[in-house]
Design a protein around this ligand. Structure first.
Ligand SMILES: Nc1ncnc2c1ncn2[C@@H]1O[C@H](COP(=O)(O)OP(=O)(O)OP(=O)(O)O)[C@@H](O)[C@H]1O
Length: 220
């Protein structure tokens, strides 16, 4: 195992020096930290089993700077474990998703860069995100994969309801416009991530979110 003792000492000394400077400048820690620019949001949109989480993990390893992976599944996992009646389930999911949209917007507003792993499998999800995210900072990626391969993955992984990908298939990309498409049926997660990494710095304006907001939220 690597010896990180020297690294730890250096980090501790640096933290102590930073804390000392901050204490002089702001002795009561009352100043809200400056985060002038909003964070970027890479929104990976594809059906269940399309490879969103795998691409997000690969991106975390290859993007410069600090990025967070925010999957909606992490929010579903925070819910208490009590039973939910069948007739209440959709409302529960919708409420969680609505909160998730605002959590993503809040993290980005704090200046954090995010990789959001989320299927736009209901029309309202896109419409609501168009309202709450900063469109010029949002990079919408279509994660595509042929249905037979999605169904194969679904059977193989065994932790998703069979037929879920098919149910979402026609809806997720139905608004058509994305900033970039990647095909996880042809490319590995790492190859998809590399395409995204290469695309992000030179992406064009208006972004897909800017154009979608104009056409779907502010039609003239
Ligand atoms: N490019 C790929 N090629 C082959 N298999 C892949 C690829 N990407 C992901 N997989 C496999 O497909 C399965 C689903 O991947 P992953 O969890 O990344 O998808 P997801 O879109 O995040 O799914 P969900 O929305 O259901 O959480 C995993 O078993 C994964 O190993």
């Amino acid at each position: 195992m690597a010896d990180h003792t020297n690294d730890n000492v250096a980090t501790t000394a640096r933290e102590a020096a930073t804390a000392a400077t901050a204490a002089t400048a702001d002795p009561t820690h009352a100043r809200i930290p400056d985060t002038p620019a909003g964070g970027k949001v890479i929104l990976l949109n594809g059906t269940s089993s399309s490879g969103k989480s795998s691409i997000a993990q690969a991106l975390l390893d290859m993007l410069d700077g600090t990025w967070f992976h925010m999957p909606v599944d992490a929010f579903h996992a925070m819910r208490c474990k009590g039973p939910i009646a069948d007739e209440d389930l959709q409302a529960e999911i919708d409420r969680t998703c609505k909160g998730f949209h605002r959590a993503v917007a809040g993290m980005a507003a704090g200046g954090n860069n995010l990789i959001v792993d989320y299927p736009l499998s209901r029309r309202w999800r896109l419409l609501d995100l168009l309202d709450v995210l900063v469109p010029e900072d949002t990079i919408l990626i279509a994660v595509r994969c042929p249905l037979p391969e999605l169904e194969r993955r679904e059977r193989e992984r065994g932790d998703r309801q069979l037929g879920l990908a098919a149910m979402q298939y026609d809806q997720v990309h139905s608004h058509e416009l994305h900033d970039l498409d990647v095909d996880s049926g042809l490319l590995s997660p790492e190859e998809c991530a590399r395409r995204i990494r290469e695309f992000v710095p030179g992406r064009l304006r208006p972004t897909a979110f800017e154009r979608l907001r104009q056409t779907l939220r502010n039609p003239t």
